[in-house]
Every structure is written in structure tokens, then in C-alpha cells.
Design a protein around this ligand. Structure first.
Ligand code: FES
Length: 128
């Protein structure tokens, strides 16, 4: 028996340098999700924050398990839709979700490479 029907993660990571979800309103998004889940009376849904998911360029990163649905770019406008359609009725909001695991992994790899390049440039700038 699972303790929760859905576990929802929201990236609220704040980074010292570079892009991150925290500077793009992720804590507000988390609070709005929390309020919407409470309003919808869904005690079987667990909501927690999480660290960087490697999708820092698309803040509003929300994961829903056990389905493994990854949403990026979620704004307050979509909170009610995710709560009602996905968390209540069990139907992921496809238009907001990553279309395939391959697309998700490819984007993460591109972000990781770009961040590595930026780190190296910053370090070179400090050294020079
Ligand atoms: S800081 Fe949220 S995905 Fe990287």
C-alpha cells in the first residue's frame, strides 16, 4: 500500500550564480500548488520541494510521481489545471509535459554543457 497516490516535487533551488528556479518564482509556485491541493482536499497527494533538476532555463519545474511526468515552465495559471486534471483525475496535462524522455534528457544534457561552459568562463575571468 502506498502512503500517497501522487508525490509532487517542485524545484526551488537557489544558486549563487547563473540561472535557477528560485529567482523565477518557484517558491510562490510551490505555495500556490500547496494551497490548490489543500483547497481540492487531496490528502493523498504529497507535495515537497526538491533541488536542481537540470532544467534551470525553464523554471516552473514540477514532477509528478509515480507517473514520472515532468512539467517545465509551469506558471500560476496552470496550477489549477494540474491539480484538477492530473492530481484529481489522474490525467497528466500533456501540453505542459515533456513529450518524451529522450527530449527531456537531451535538453538536460544541453543545459549541463552550457552551465559547464559558463562556469569555466567565470573561473577564467576570475583568474585573468
Ligand atoms: S534550479 Fe531548478 S532545475 Fe535547476
Amino acid at each position: 500500500m502506498d502512503a500517497f497516490r501522487h508525490h509532487v516535487f517542485v524545484c526551488t533551488r537557489r544558486k549563487e550564480e547563473g540561472e535557477c528556479c528560485a529567482t523565477q518564482g518557484s517558491q510562490d509556485l510551490f505555495e500556490q500548488l500547496k494551497a490548490a491541493i489543500q483547497k481540492a482536499k487531496l490528502p493523498e497527494v504529497k507535495l515537497t520541494t526538491c533541488g536542481c533538476l537540470g532544467l534551470c532555463d525553464r523554471p516552473g519545474n514540477v514532477l509528478v510521481y509515480p507517473e514520472g511526468t515532468w512539467y517545465s515552465g509551469v506558471t500560476p495559471r496552470e496550477v489549477e489545471e494540474i491539480v484538477e486534471q492530473h492530481l484529481r483525475r489522474g490525467e497528466p496535462v500533456q501540453r505542459l509535459a515533456w513529450p518524451t524522455p529522450e527530449a527531456l534528457r537531451a535538453h538536460m544534457a544541453a543545459v549541463r554543457e552550457r552551465h559547464q561552459r559558463e562556469r569555466e568562463e567565470r573561473q577564467a575571468g576570475r583568474a585573468g
